[in-house]
Design a protein around this ligand. Structure first.
Ligand code: EPU
Length: 343
């Protein structure tokens, strides 16, 4: 089946920042039977930009060439393996709806990642993570199309070079198109809630009246939804792409020097001896929380989130992010790296 190609398509409703840029040419991939046509277009144009839920991109210009929105659907649950429940979900499935569907089907394991905007296919790209869990911990393999060779490959999780908000896909944009992701989730009898994140732990104890370690998958999801809703702006109401910067990682010496000058610095020891710093705290300390910069701004409850107050361009957001990076660098000597992909 052929793709239907639109021209000068507005992307305003297709990116959670709500930036009003256009795609020169645009098509929605709805069925695998369109893959041959998709490859022909990609080869003719020398590539394409593959769009998921648009929740981790910043559009800084109109996109030249072809943009493909991936809308493949379908979820299959296989309980026949002793190692865990294998769940394969097509790339276009909405992430949060997928997580809640699994809870309804008694498949635990992804509840800490409830309410993250975006699609299943985008989840491995930046290795989404929240409240003590990264999706790499549950991914068995990622099915991709290499549009240049025409091959469909199953990349094992160990091939994906997953790291904090990072993967092989982030380093080779446009090379592979993610078609589906296979997760390995624990059988309910073997599942343990991940409640190491203090805010989640405390909320579960308050809400359930029992130990956090006895919470059900749904109770964990409900608590995560409540925490996220309190802190993070709803992209349907105010444009944003979640955390705008990664939490920076520093050496033990750097961390010690910073702690001498700022004893309340929020820092987390990592397994390799380094320390992760809370970028939100650094930005907040520079006085940016809630500040307005024209049509862009910094969210009033979470300094790590930049927002589109209405009509912001990508350039407005970039200018704001650079001003923040510069202040944080001057004050703490720490370089903040953006989390979304700039296009
Ligand atoms: N903080 C401040 N001021 C702020 C924001 C945060 O002082 O304006 C302090 C908080 O008090 C806390 C610390 O910074 O002590 C960390 O804040 P929080 O727990 O809100 O988490 P985060 O480090 O800001 C990260 C992820 C989020 C994820 C949460 C929960 C990154 C870049 N961000 O945020 O992910 O939901 O932890 O696990 O790693 C995303 O990637 O889009 C995202 C939202």
């Amino acid at each position: 089946m052929k793709l239907s190609i639109e021209t000068a398509k507005s992307l305003g409703a297709l990116n959670t920042f709500g930036i009003n840029a256009k795609a020169e040419r645009f098509a929605v991939l709805q069925q695998r039977s369109q893959l041959d046509d998709l490859m022909a277009h990609c080869r003719a144009e020398g590539g394409a930009f593959f769009l998921g839920g648009g929740s981790n991109i910043l559009l800084t210009r109109d996109l030249p060439g072809l943009t493909i929105q991936v809308d493949l659907r379908g979820v299959a649950i296989d309980r026949t393996h002793a190692a865990g429940i294998r769940v394969t979900a097509a790339a276009g499935e909405n992430w949060h709806a997928f997580v809640m569907h699994l809870i309804d089907q008694q498949v635990p394991g992804l509840e800490n990642l409830a309410l993250i905007p975006g699609t299943v296919g985008a989840s491995p790209i930046q290795n989404i993570g929240a409240y003590g869990l990264e999706v790499m911990e549950r991914i068995a393999s990622v099915e991709v199309l290499d549009w240049q060779s025409g091959e469909i490959l199953q990349l094992a999780a160990s091939d994906c070079r997953f790291a904090y908000r990072d993967s092989i896909f982030k380093h080779h944009p446009g090379h592979w198109l993610v078609l589906s992701v296979t997760f390995l989730c624990p059988h309910p009898a073997e599942w343990q809630p991940v409640v190491g994140y203090k805010e989640l732990h405390d909320m579960l104890e308050r809400e359930t009246g029992g130990p956090a370690t006895s919470a059900s998958p749904r109770q964990v999801a409900d608590a995560v939804i409540a925490i996220r809703s309190r802190k993070l702006p709803d992209p349907r109401k105010i444009g944003n792409a979640g955390s705008f910067f990664k939490n920076p990682v520093v050496t033990p010496l750097e961390c010690e020097a910073l702690l001498q000058a700022h004893p309340d610095l929020v820092h987390y020891p990592q397994a390799d001896g380094t320390f992760k710093l809370a970028a939100g705290w650094l930005i907040d300390r520079c006085g940016w929380k809630g500040r307005i910069a024209g049509a862009a701004g910094v969210h009033e409850n979470q300094a790590l989130v930049l927002v589109n107050r209405g009509g912001a361009s990508g350039a407005d957001v970039v200018a704001l992010s650079q001003a923040i990076q510069s202040d944080v660098h001057d004050r703490f000597g720490v370089t903040l790296e953006p989390e979304p992909v700039f296009l």
